[in-house]
Design a protein around this ligand. Structure first.
Ligand code: FES
Length: 87
């Protein structure tokens, strides 16, 4: 007799990545479409590399260095990060 199990797609993907030793997919928002940079990469740049300006982010991550359409989102993240550091 066959047994069927149900595995939701997200947990299957996570567990198979652990089993295959693949990097975990980031679930944070995609900020820069041109360079494929996600929000967590920008936050890491501000936290770990002390990036505090758009130019810093462009140099460290590449985000905002092509068409520039994502630069307002990057500025918002930078503003939120500097505000969070003050608190
Ligand atoms: S969307 Fe970020 S540079 Fe184009």
């Amino acid at each position: 007799m066959r047994k069927f199990i149900t595995i939701d797609r997200h947990s299957f993907d996570k567990q198979s990545r652990i089993f295959l030793n693949l990097p975990q997919k980031s679930m944070s928002k995609l900020i820069c479409l041109c360079k494929g940079v996600r929000e967590d990469a920008i936050i890491s740049a501000t936290d770990e590399e002390n990036a505090s300006s758009l130019v810093d982010i462009q140099e460290l991550t590449g985000a905002g260095s092509n068409c520039g359409r994502c630069t307002p989102k990057i500025e918002l993240i930078l503003a939120a990060q500097s505000k969070a550091k003050l608190v």
